[in-house]
Design a protein. Structure first.
Length: 565
């Protein structure tokens, strides 16, 4: 068992693998696999599986394969293959030379199916899909045998060969395993192993006209790759008897062990590919990589560091019991990582012009600002200061309530890294809206400290108007208003719970000039406002687009405290 610093605590899967190694099982080898279907983009739930499969292989000196289970050409695309590989690498894992596809094994799967026919354990069934469902029975009633179940071996072989040749239309025949129509496990009631699909495959083109089902191709692929531990989520627990049956009755070279763990369920989040695709197709989001999506590409674009996602997966651990994890925990892990690594900058999202009446016109100072107080090695930078500034509009109230400590008429505040300023006049337009503040500054308070020891109750961020860059800032929030998507009211769809404020776009923000030329994906903190990043897709040198990653407020500690009470 690995004891490296920072390694996840030993869970039941790691305990099983450690015991297998101690017993000499699998020849002392550990080979896992991450087997995505290339029919969509990976989401945060897949990250849990990626971290587990690649993580245990790394901890126990083994290897992890990346294998695309591409058995349904009607839903799979090369775009998804490319995106999945990018996501796995971004998370910090590498499969080396061990990249595989289920389509690599189509010929072996076919040969194994012929073996099952010859040994009387598979048959060609000509029932319609509707009839197959009807014959299958229910959880309380046994199924009925297909009238084609006792076809001769010769007839089954002939039909199966002609199915491969493309002689029949889709739905005319399927190949089924001959197991037990009275089994309490519906997956063993003569499951379909092959179906006819006249579809172009993204790798094999039109060479095949029948394709193996996932439940059949998956165990064979595992065996052909010499996988030792096939780790999957709990919804496959009832499929394990079919997994074992397939390996027991085909000429598979080995028999991997399937072990199930609880999938990730996250508050305010849907992780069904079908539902995520619906969000994309119906235009509720701007694509699979929309920063509101729980996809890894969306989180990358939003500014989530891969280290934070790995830390989140380590924190929630691996168990057998389904539970609902707070989105606040994931955001907490993001803040923790960015707090250590992200430089601090200043930006004003809703600018209010401020003129310092007693500051010399035309003068510009370069003030020293700390890049990251959590990282002394990050050093400092120079920020320009001038007579005309922008402050956050929310930082001023003309008639402030008792506990408002920011800027107000006659009140003095500190400007971060700069001076004390005092508001002496408010300028309004004809509609009575505040358009400008007139203030004075105290030159003796440079650096934000008064030599006479007087104190102020607020420190505000700012930018120099003549030097600031204009930026579009996108404020992202959770996509759903419902904490537990499984608790939807009867008759309602998850689309009824979409948050109308999940994206607020601000088009006239002002940010400090150090962001000029910032690379797409550059992550930073706007002081007092939150963590942000330069958008990977839409930002250009002449049009700066910035995404808010998370706010500074961290509700995770409050949630933990409430649970303790």
């Amino acid at each position: 068992m690995s004891t490296r610093p920072g390694a996840p605590p030993p869970d039941f899967i790691r305990q099983i693998i450690a015991a297998d190694l101690k017993a000499g099982k699998h020849g002392g080898r550990v080979i896992t696999r991450f087997p995505p279907e290339p029919n969509g983009y990976l989401h945060i739930g897949h990250a849990k599986s990626i971290c587990l499969n690649f993580g245990v292989a790394r901890e126990f000196g083994g290897r992890c394969h990346l294998r695309f289970d591409d058995t349904n050409p009607t839903k799979e695309e090369q775009e998804y293959v490319d995106a999945i590989m990018e996501d796995v690498r971004w998370l910090g894992f590498d499969w080396g030379e061990h990249l595989y596809y289920a389509s690599d094994y189509f010929e072996q799967c076919y040969d194994y199916a012929v073996h099952l026919i010859k040994t009387g354990r598979a048959y060609v069934c000509s029932l319609t899909p509707e009839e197959i469902r009807e014959y299958r029975g229910t959880l309380t009633a046994p199924g009925r045998e297909s009238p084609y179940r006792n076809r001769s071996v010769a007839e089954n072989l002939d039909l199966f060969t002609r199915m491969r040749a493309g002689e029949f239309p889709e739905g005319a025949h399927v190949l089924r395993a001959k197991i037990d129509m009275a089994s309490p496990n519906l997956n063993l009631r003569d499951p379909v192993l092959y179906r006819i699909l006249h579809a172009e495959h993204h790798r094999t083109g039109g060479r095949w006209r029948l394709y193996p089902m996932y439940d059949y191709a998956h165990p064979i692929s595992d065996a052909l790759e010499d996988i030792t531990h096939s780790l999957c989520t709990l919804e496959f627990e009832d499929h394990r008897p079919l997994y074992d049956w397939t390996l027991d009755y085909t000429p598979a070279p080995c028999h991997p062990q399937q072990i199930e763990f609880a999938r990730l369920n996250l508050t305010y989040t849907v992780m069904s590919k079908r539902r995520l695709l619906k969000l994309v197709n119906e235009g509720h989001v701007a694509g699979w990589d929309d920063p509101r999506m729980p996809t890894l590409s969306g989180m990358r674009r939003r500014g989530y560091p891969p280290a934070a996602i790995r830390a989140f997966c380590d924190t929630i651990g691996i168990g057998r019991r389904e539970n609902l994890v707070e989105l606040a925990l994931l955001e907490h892990c993001v803040r923790e990582e960015l707090n250590r690594t992200a430089p601090r900058l200043m930006g004003v999202l809703n600018p209010l012009k401020v003129v310092l009446l007693n500051y010399p016109e035309g003068q510009v100072e370069e003030l020293e600002a700390v890049n990251n107080p959590e990282d002394p090695a990050a050093g400092t930078r120079r920020v320009p200061f001038s007579r005309v500034l922008y402050l956050e509009r929310d930082d001023f109230l003309e008639d402030p309530p008792k506990k408002f400590f920011r800027l107000a008429p006659g009140r003095e505040v500190r400007l971060r890294y700069a001076y004390f300023i005092r508001c002496v006049d408010v300028v309004k337009d004809q509609a009575g809206q505040i358009v400008e503040l007139h203030c004075t500054y105290d030159p003796a308070t440079k650096g934000g400290h008064a030599p006479d020891g007087r104190k102020v109750q607020a420190t505000l961020h700012w930018v120099s108007a003549g030097h600031a860059l204009t930026a579009q800032v996108r404020l992202y929030d959770r996509l759903l208003t419902l904490a537990d998507p499984a608790a939807m009211e009867e008759g309602r769809d998850f689309g009824d719970y979409l948050n109308p404020d999940s994206l607020v776009t601000l088009t006239d923000c002002r940010v400090e000039p150090s962001l000029a030329g910032a690379a797409p994906g550059f992550a930073f903190q706007f002081e007092r406002l939150g963590y942000f990043c330069v958008d990977l897709k839409d930002s250009r040198p002449d049009a700066l687009v910035i995404n808010r990653t998370v706010t500074l407020k961290d509700p995770w500690a409050k949630i933990q405290k409430a649970r303790m009470e």
